[in-house]
Design a protein around this ligand. Sequence first.
Ligand code: NAP
Length: 242
Amino acid sequence: MYSHFDTVLITGGSRGIGAEMVKAFSAQGYRVAFIYLNSDEQAKELSKEHDAYAIKADVSDINQIKHAVQSAIDYLNGIDVLINNAGIAQSKLFCDISEFDFQNMLNVNLNGVFYTTQAVLPHMISKKRGRIINIASVWGVCGASMETHYSASKAAVIGFTKALAKEVAPCQITVNCIAPGVIDTDMNACYSESDIESLCEQIPLGRMGSVRDVAELALFLASKNAAYITGQVIGVDGGFAV
Ligand code: NAP
């Protein structure tokens, strides 16, 4: 067993980075529950192949999330590790971002982290232990042109992480952020081959990151070896933000 913790809830577990984390945590012996929204087929398959509990819920809806978290707690008999990973992205010139675009981005990427964390935290506090891992982005650290609303939502998640880390540290709960760079998932499917090539030229390690690169850091942050790490923003970006 990699950790003294053995249950994990992952939001956005049906695809991309979240799906890889479902596989990685399950392979390490964790009991895994994950939240997803639209990808029923992928969720069903993942659930079957990796013995994970799939819960369909929208992270931007507080009532759905309250029910989803309770269902995960009932199934797993507690949640030791929470990974707030569900997120959306959109590339638009600042002047073209509508009020809906902006609110929707914050509702999913920021409010979703708030709703899920607030539903899980009382259970961690009562046990005086737990790990919260928020998936932010390099664009929350640096800011991305044509992604003002995305960058704002991820920068907010970083502030959220640092503040909550201080507040819950006395309960031996750690809160950290992973800030991925350009990772090879559906989220980047909008880029052409030549866009990807020019992006890779700007990455010191010369390639996009893999979902595994991110999942490995999540496993480490959940492990007992990371017990003294809290309030940190750790990049998995091939040196992009250095
Ligand atoms: P992805 O492949 O597009 O997958 C997104 C996941 O989030 C899916 O499982 C999706 O579920 C779920 N999701 C989206 N909106 C949701 C909602 N309202 N309620 C519940 N689940 C929802 O994205 P990814 O690349 O794996 O990204 C995962 C996280 O990493 C995101 O927070 C993203 O911002 C961050 N990130 C990604 C990159 C990158 O380059 N890929 C870089 C930096 C940060 P359904 O498909 O079931 O709807």
